[in-house]
Write a protein that binds this ligand. Sequence first.
Ligand code: NAD
Ligand code: DAU
Length: 334
Amino acid sequence: MKIVVTGGAGFIGSNFIGYILGEHPDWEVTNLDKLTYAGNLENLKDVHDDPRYRFVRGDIADRDLVGRLLAEGCDVVINFAAESHVDRSIMDASPFIHTNVVGTQVLLEAARHHGIRKFVQVSTDEVYGSIAQGSFTEESPLCANSPYSASKASADLLCLAYWRTYGVPVSITRCSNNFGPYQFPEKLIPLVISNAIENRPIPVYGDGLNVRDWIYVQDHCCALEAVVERGTPGEVYNIGSGQEKTNLELIHTLLGLLGKPGDLIEFVADRPGHDRRYALDAGRIGRELGWAPGHPFEEAMAATVEWYLQNEAWWRRIKSGEYAEYYERMYLHR
Ligand code: NAD
Ligand code: DAU
């Protein structure tokens, strides 16, 4: 099977490529990635020389390039490429519209013209917005609250429209918060781990009682594999682990694993429009595709902390580059 993976140099995409090349000796992967600040070919060093793997640098919104790639013959497109950080979308929404909305439409159009067998859109639980009690099903209305989630919700609607109007065989996945190796250190977990190792303050937005459902990235990859292989066109699949934590609970777990004190925590101004709680009913993907998460929170979190301890050079390089300027700006801004 020939797969085009977009955004494969980012956190989840690179984990996915490593995972499926390991699981499927007969799959071939072309990774189309623009290499924005979040794309890093170092994440793919283990597959770089694999003859079944090819990297193409480019923008998913580049019609000619995307058209040429899909014309080469491809069975499945799986779209990870996105601007993915909520705080950045609050500073400037434009790149989110370009990549997440326009880029997705360019991919859909090319998939339509080249008769792609399956198109998997990697979306997010954030499209449903916040929920005080209970959990969102795939039928819950979309209620995006940040420019990031609004751009992802727009892409979801375009995907469903391309299925209903043109029959492009799109399946959409909406996953909860991922953690694991190669996550860019602007996101909460790698930020906490790396700041704690450096004895730097840990910025907690608002009262720190916002709740997220945390899933190990390998469980997400495994769920995506099930959707690629057995997902129904036109269907949406929630992916979650049910492992809900407040941000403060999570941060204390990480500090405990690292043997660092709680007084590194620093409460800072809240994120504007900050969603209070995300929670998903992930029953459909279990019932219909036989997927279930396999990594308990404590074990996976300990493995993740260990990975960042063993791979200091990886995150130190990122934190000392242009990201340092962004972090200072974020911090001063608060
Ligand atoms: P990431 O920011 O780590 O990686 C994004 C990748 O996309 C980078 O390699 C970047 O270079 C690439 N990219 C950005 N714009 C591009 C463009 N125009 N053309 C080609 N490539 C481009 O993101 P991530 O955390 O790995 O998330 C991947 C996908 O999963 C996103 O679509 C995101 O919305 C979704 N998602 C993420 C999470 C999470 O917890 N991280 C949860 C649910 C869904
Ligand atoms: O739910 C899925 C989403 O999870 C994905 O779609 C997004 O791409 C991904 O970035 C993530 O979004 P969040 O906004 O939930 O993740 P983030 O790591 O930015 O923040 C997690 C929580 O921690 C959130 O409540 C905000 C808070 N936070 C975050 C940072 C970076 C802090 O308190 N301090 C921080 O410095």
